[in-house]
Design a protein around this ligand. Structure first.
Ligand code: ZN
Length: 234
């Protein structure tokens, strides 16, 4: 697949603030799909039902939606929802096409979605070529939103997953069929170890909190990436 100019980081920086407050993201169009250019097609009927309150009301959220559009990402803004128990989806999106298929993505806060799409584009795909000489054709995740406490405990703090602000990445599928999974790969052959550690390092520059298999036993099979914290990298 060719990479359109839109994906160049410089272009993202060049997005003028003038675009930020475009009326495009107001309530009447809250369920509209955005972005994607040539990738937009009629083959994606998976729009969620319109429930809850309108989303993307803050300037920050609107800017984030503009950033996603400019990055060529296709997504659907989701209605703000309070799921009870402190669990929410606020200013969240459903990613439809970031250029590489990703499994199990549900609601993601827009900043998480924006950074995740950029990480796949600028870290995962180049690293797959560099370490394996192959395209990354799929990213496998364990999901995003989940109303639960940290480590799934009965008590304790709510996980960032409970506010749609985290994604758990399980591994990567290459064009030749190889699967480089955290479970096995983190302590696997040299290429897998180097590849996954390179992705870990780059994730730590893009997400507020990154937890790897080195963090604790609960993370033996995934990277936990979330937008809380300020560079907590384990
Ligand atoms: Zn997680």
């Amino acid at each position: 697949m060719t990479i359109p100019m839109l994906f160049k980081p410089r272009m993202l920086l060049a997005v003028a603030a003038a675009l930020a407050l475009s009326a495009c993201f107001g309530a009447p169009e809250a369920m509209k799909q955005y972005g994607g250019g040539k990738r937009t097609s009629a083959s994606r009927p998976d729009r969620p039902q319109a429930v809850g309150t309108p989303s993307f009301t803050s300037a920050e959220a609107k800017q984030c939606a503009v950033d996603l559009q400019r990055a060529g990402v296709r997504f659907t803004p989701l209605p703000n929802q309070n799921h009870g128990g402190g669990c929410t989806s606020i200013d969240s999106v459903k990613l439809l096409d970031i250029g590489t298929p990703v499994t199990n993505l549900g609601a993601m806060t827009c900043p998480l979605a924006r950074n995740f799409a950029a990480w796949v584009q600028y870290a995962v795909r180049p690293a797959a070529r560099a370490y394996f000489g192959a395209e990354a054709v799929k990213v496998e995740t364990f999901g995003t939103y989940s109303c639960r406490n940290i480590y799934g405990g009965r008590s304790g703090r709510l996980s960032q997953h409970a506010s749609s602000n985290a994604v758990d990445v399980a591994g990567f599928v290459l064009a030749d069929g190889r699967r480089i999974m955290l479970d096995g790969g983190w302590h696997g052959d040299k290429a897998s170890q180097d590849f996954l550690r390179a992705l870990h390092k780059s994730a730590c520059r893009r997400f507020g909190t990154v937890l790897s298999p080195d963090y604790n036993a609960a993370h033996y099979n995934h990277f936990h990436l979330d937008m809380s914290g300020n560079g907590y990298c384990r």
